[in-house]
Design a protein around this ligand. Structure first.
Ligand SMILES: [Zn+2]
Length: 213
């Protein structure tokens, strides 16, 4: 009887261990997303969706889904490479990009860390802003998905506290301030279907009324 108890408790232990160590084996992407991602090489930029195109606009206004991180997911690595190639494309040259901007509704962003030495681009999975300062900042903004339009937003928090998974899938939290904090707010907005023009005063909202920098 004692042996049986031991065996059954061992079974529970082994089972719970295997559950806690369970690693997702499938890709986080849908079949359609996988097709789109694999339609080019890792260094190939993807087509950036534009708010001026009605079909693109629907995607840009859709909330994206959290990533199920799996270090062995080759499609995830291929996608993050292509998303970086897109934001660094000489034709666009952004300081940040969010996955929905290329038609992939997953919570993934790249941000150029202007607050770090050498200003590297870094990728973030499932980023969430958990705290905002009351202090605001004025930010001159543009967007790869809104052609030929820039304007000043006045409601971005000066500093934010955020949580995310880093490139290796590890949980991180961090405080970011100044212009880099504004880039994070802009990109995380994209994951919620929000564009920077939503932050503008009514009279600022018409592209074309303002001179492009
Ligand atoms: Zn944008």
């Amino acid at each position: 009887m004692r042996q049986l108890l031991f065996l059954s408790s061992l079974f529970v232990f082994i089972t719970s261990c295997s559950i806690s160590k369970k690693v997702p084996t499938q890709s986080t992407f849908t079949k359609e997303e996988t097709q789109l991602i694999l339609s080019g090489k890792a260094a190939d930029p993807m087509r950036v969706l534009l708010i001026t195109n009605p079909a693109d606009s629907i995607v840009l206004r859709t909330k994206s889904q959290p990533v199920v991180f799996n270090a062995k997911d080759k499609t995830l690595k291929h996608f993050t490479d292509r998303l970086l190639a897109t934001v660094q494309d000489s034709a666009t040259m952004g300081v940040g990009i969010a996955a929905p901007q290329v038609g992939v509704l997953k919570d993934i962003i790249w941000v150029q860390r202007l607050d770090k030495k050498a200003e590297p681009f870094e990728v973030y999975f499932n980023p969430k802003i958990v705290k905002y300062t009351d202090l605001k900042q004025d930010v001159p903004e543009g967007c790869l998905s809104i052609p030929d339009f820039r304007a000043m937003t006045k409601d971005r928090a000066y500093a934010i506290f955020l949580t995310y998974l880093n490139q290796k899938g590890k949980d991180q939290c961090e405080m970011v301030e100044a212009f880099t904090a504004a880039i994070f707010q802009h990109e995380i907005d994209h994951l919620n279907g929000i564009m920077f023009i939503d932050h503008l005063e009514q009279e600022q909202k018409q592209p074309g009324k303002h001179k492009v920098e």
